[in-house]
Write a protein that binds this ligand. Structure first.
Ligand code: LLP
Length: 433
């Protein structure tokens, strides 16, 4: 089990009976009490990730802000916990805005994203008094300005730019390149046109720039490259209007045993040093820095428990083990070819007995959680644990095949609390008229 330590919460241990335990709670007991699939988060791990971010950035820039990118996981329990830890929040839709307001984030500390915000969402954010809007298109700038003016309010904005940096990650989660649906490219004058449009707007105040170069990044060089391009743009076009710079999120986490992501502290150092060096080079005063981590706050804190229902051998080919969830609760393997580890929570000490294909219960051949899972001899009834499913797992879940979305439990100091109940069959038809 211990070779998997970096993909599990730090509180993970094996009990004398050989059960995996997290946050002082035996996972076999949790599966019995709450059913499966079950998503379990270690509260201590969530809090410590939030604190490490806050402290790492406070050490560099006391006036900076760490915004939690709520798309990674936006249950009320995690939003309240991260608000208590002093984080601000990034929302990317009216629904995420609703969740953040409901969890008690002060509107001033909410940052609203979205490449296609509609008039409904713009009305919602203006009515809520959201502090900062990250504008993504000229159409949006026009609409936001009109609607803010109609209400007689002024809206602070950051302009989202795509610096033309292509980090090494999956193309679906790489966002900073020129050919992107997001933001305004520095190349070709789009970013400058956006800055001019905001300056000309009646009701918008230009606060600075935003960029997010990609997600699940291990290589920090992209931040320096982005900072360099942003500094040149700022020096040429922004003078005093670059008070705030939002460098986005993107720090990767370990999904499998070979993964060695940079630490939060190393990431913070790289981001801050990049900006400091590049701003000094062009002779601009240091801006207030915002960052927007999502995955690296919640990813490692969460794990998913599945019950094995079926084990089947295809002679001469392979063994399959099918569990009671799959692509409906964890789409990442199918969507990105993402890889995960697996272990048996009920026999955490048992030696692996070769590879098997861990599959879900959906009517799709591609519903594979792990192509080659190294598991002990696995039988129906075993409890499989997939570590590091805390980010973009339940937030990307669906009801495909009428499979109810899983329950979510938070564990801390030997206590478990249900924070999101399991969906019921009645929930599946509740909206149908
Ligand atoms: N800020 C912006 C503007 C973003 O677009 C994102 C992620 C973040 C912050 C947070 O990035 P993080 O720190 O989590 O890397 N569903 C994909 C990830 C999509 C990320 C989209 N944007 C996945 O499961 O890997």
């Amino acid at each position: 089990m211990m070779s998997l330590a970096q993909v599990l919460p730090q509180s993970a241990t094996t009990t004398p009976e050989g059960h995996l335990s997290v946050g002082g709670c035996d996972l076999v007991d949790l599966a019995t009490e709450f059913g499966t699939p079950l998503v379990v988060y270690d509260e201590g791990e969530l809090r410590s990730a939030a604190r490490r971010y806050r402290e790492a950035f406070a050490a560099h820039a006391p006036d900076g802000e760490v915004l939690y990118a709520s798309k990674a996981f936006y249950a009320q329990a995690v939003l309240r916990l991260l608000r208590e830890e002093g984080l601000s929040v990034d929302v990317a839709s009216g629904g995420e805005l609703y969740a953040a307001l409901r969890a008690g984030f002060p509107p001033e500390h909410i940052y609203m994203h979205g490449n296609a915000k509609d008039a409904g969402e713009i009305g919602e954010l203006l009515d809520a008094g959201v502090g900062t809007v990250i504008v993504d298109s000229l159409d949006e700038i026009g609409l936001l300005d009109r609607m803010a003016a109609e209400r007689g309010v002024r809206q602070r904005v950051l302009v989202r730019v795509t610096p033309g940096v292509k980090p090494s990650t999956h193309s679906y989660i790489s966002t900073g390149q020129l050919d992107s649906k997001f933001g305004f490219s520095l190349e070709g004058g789009a970013a400058l046109a956006a800055v001019e449009a905001v300056r000309a707007a009646r009701a918008l105040d230009l606060e600075g720039l935003h960029c997010h170069i990609g997600s699940q990044l291990f290589d920090l060089a992209g931040y320096r490259a982005a900072a360099s391009l942003l500094a040149d743009f700022g020096a040429r076009h922004l003078d005093g209007d670059l008070r705030t710079l939002d460098m986005g999120g993107g720090l990767g986490i370990a999904y499998t045993r070979g993964d060695e992501p940079p630490s939060v502290e190393a990431w913070a150092d790289a981001v801050m040093e990049s900006v400091r060096t590049e701003w000094a080079r062009v002779g601009l005063p240091m801006p207030r820095i915002l960052v927007e981590p999502g995955r690296s706050i919640v990813g490692r804190a969460g794990l998913t428990l599945y019950r094995v229902g079926v084990v089947k051998d295809v002679p001469g080919v392979r063994r399959y083990a099918a569990v009671d969830g799959g692509m409906s609760d964890l789409l990442r393997p199918m969507l990105y070819g993402a890889t995960y580890e697996a272990l048996l929570a009920n026999r955490a000490d048992a030696e692996p007995a070769g590879a098997l294909r861990l599959v879900g219960k959906h009517c799709e051949s591609g519903d594979v959680l792990i192509q080659e899972a190294q598991l002990p001899d696995t039988r129906p009834g075993d409890l499989v644990c997939l570590p590091a499913t805390g980010a973009y797992g339940v937030s990307m879940a669906s009801n495909y095949n009428g499979v109810p979305r899983p329950a979510i439990v938070f564990v801390d100091s030997g206590r478990a609390r249900l924070v999101t109940r399991r969906e019921t069959y009645a929930d599946l038809v509740a909206r149908d008229l």
